[in-house]
Design a protein around this ligand. Structure first.
Ligand code: NDP
Length: 232
């Protein structure tokens, strides 16, 4: 299977790329700055050769996404999974009275409009058997669990879950699986040192779900990295 992964240079995105390559899949690693030396990705490229393609990909750059999708189409490349992983966390612990609306807009640009743009341009390439769109979400997006003072990030993930559900209704007849996955609180730049989950463990669970097409019992496709249904 060929996987397109956004934000693949560090954190969870990198670990999903590494895990998928180790299992024999091919990966298009979308990164904002492919020119910048990234020792981890270079090491992956050295170990896995042509199965790893590093591509310039900024989820806010629609023209760039369109150009990359067209190039892949011209080259006859197809996809088995689109993994919308790139995201930012802004303005945590900020009361509504103090909220800078630019932070809200910037967060939506990346966390919600980003995955929508990526799917808009890459869905036509998702033609391999048992295709999947995986939107990396967060328990912060659960309305049931809502806690105060986390407006931009949490609301962007709630909306992302709605996008997953709407997209599923559109593509399910083509046999495409759509999941919003909470990857756990992970030790990454975003999650910090105190997080209990190692991002590689989360990546393993996510790649398992892509490979085995684990479908949660709930019709609402929001699950954790083991495939267990999350509260909406
Ligand atoms: P990190 O902050 O460690 O990494 C974020 C990644 O997103 C980086 O590769 C970054 O690239 C990329 N990125 C940011 N903006 C853009 C953009 N405009 N275009 C393309 N790529 C971009 O995050 P994590 O690995 O921790 O998080 C991965 C996913 O998991 C996210 O969706 C996050 O919301 C979710 N999540 C994380 C949790 C955690 O505990 N860490 C908990 C729950 C959910 P660059 O290096 O160029 O900035």
């Amino acid at each position: 299977m060929n996987l397109l992964i956004t934000g693949a240079n560090r954190g969870l995105g990198y670990e999903i790329a590494a895990e998928a390559l180790e299992r024999g899949h091919a990966v298009v690693a979308g990164v904002r700055n492919p020119g910048e030396a990234n020792q981890k990705l270079s090491a992956l490229a050295a170990a896995h050769g042509e199965r790893l393609a590093v591509a310039e990909l900024d989820v806010t750059d629609e023209a760039g996404l369109s150009a990359l999708a067209s190039r892949m189409k011209r080259e006859g490349r197809t996809l088995g999974a689109i993994v919308n992983n790139a995201a930012i966390l802004t303005a945590r612990n900020t009361h509504i009275e103090d909220l800078n609306m630019d932070d809200v807009a910037r967060t939506f640009e990346i966390n919600l409009y980003g995955p929508m743009r990526v799917v808009k341009h890459f869905l036509p390439l998702l033609t391999e058997k048992d295709g999947a769109v995986i939107n990396i979400s967060s328990e912060a997006g659960s309305i049931t669990n809502a806690y105060p003072d986390d407006y931009p990030y949490a609301i962007s993930k709630t909306a992302l879950n709605m996008f997953s559900q709407q997209l599923l209704a559109y593509v399910k007849d083509r046999g495409i699986q759509v999941l919003s996955i909470h990857p756990g609180w992970m030790k990454t730049d975003m999650g910090g040192e105190n997080a209990p989950t190692d991002p590689r463990s989360s990546a393993r669970g996510i790649v398992d779900q892509i490979e085995r097409r684990i479908v949660p019992e709930s019709r609402f496709r929001f699950v954790d990295y083991f495939g267990k249904a999350m509260p909406i």
